[in-house]
Ligand binder design. Structure first.
Ligand SMILES: CC(C)(COP(=O)(O)OP(=O)(O)OC[C@H]1O[C@@H](n2cnc3c(N)ncnc32)[C@H](O)[C@@H]1OP(=O)(O)O)[C@@H](O)C(=O)NCCC(=O)NCCS
Length: 190
């Protein structure tokens, strides 16, 4: 499949390949950003996954483009460097609107706070709207992750007011005991 590279202002999003899966896992589970999103001591409710658990949640189609409506991962490339990864999950339809959840992490602290995350997110949202007709996008950082909340808020994600139960029923299972459901409308409702 001929998949596009997506150009942002600061970064480029390059479709990942299955060879990237282990690297992306290591960034998630065994890097200096791990502690700011999972595992002890701050996130006992979100344990660090094993490689096998990660593979169960991140099937080959995330990395080979074989099922674009079921999810796709992109490398966040800044200059010459792979700076992190971002992916969207399965696109689901609810009350006539197409919705999807996004998750992302940079590879290391030294790549955080440079605007790459916000730019990657905005770039992927444009792609989801223009190429896949997505209407609404959701992310769910923990309330213990103020940097993520700030980064997503900056590009137009708005915190939902409901309870965890209400937001979970509407948008899907919470990842954290204090998930903050944040939604961006892509303003292309029919
Ligand atoms: C969350 C993440 C993807 C955001 O990407 P990023 O490139 O760091 O984000 P940006 O540089 O675009 O924006 C970060 C913002 O957070 C702010 N920030 C940094 N530390 C902060 C803190 N402790 N509290 C509040 N805001 C903070 C920065 O000042 C910046 O906001 P500003 O531009 O308004 O000043 C990235 O930091 C990351 O990978 N973190 C570790 C893993 C993670 O938390 N993943 C998300 C799981 S939901």
């Amino acid at each position: 499949m001929n998949e596009p590279t997506l150009q942002g202002h600061l970064i480029t999003l390059v479709p990942t390949t299955i060879d990237d899966r282990r690297t992306i896992y290591e960034w998630l589970a065994h890097s200096d950003v791990t502690r700011s999103m999972m595992g002890m001591p701050l996130f006992p409710d979100s344990p660090v996954p094993t490689w096998e658990e990660f593979c169960e949640d991140h099937m080959p189609h995330f990395f080979d483009g074989s099922a674009p409506l079921l999810g796709r991962s992109f490398m966040i490339v800044a200059g010459e460097d792979a700076a992190g990864q971002i992916y969207y999950n399965e696109i689901k339809e609810r009350r006539g609107a197409k919705r999807v959840e996004i998750d992302m992490w940079m590879r290391a602290e030294k790549y955080c706070g440079r605007g790459y995350g916000g730019d990657a997110l905005a770039t992927l949202c444009d792609y989801l709207r223009d190429r896949l007709g997505v209407n609404e996008v959701m992310m769910q950082p923990s309330a213990r992750n103020p940097r993520a909340i700030q980064a997503y808020g900056k590009i137009g994600f708005i915190r939902l007011p409901g309870t965890l139960e209400e937001n979970g029923a509407e948008w899907g299972q919470n990842d954290y005991d204090d998930s903050v459901y944040m939604v961006k409308s892509l303003k292309n409702f029919p």
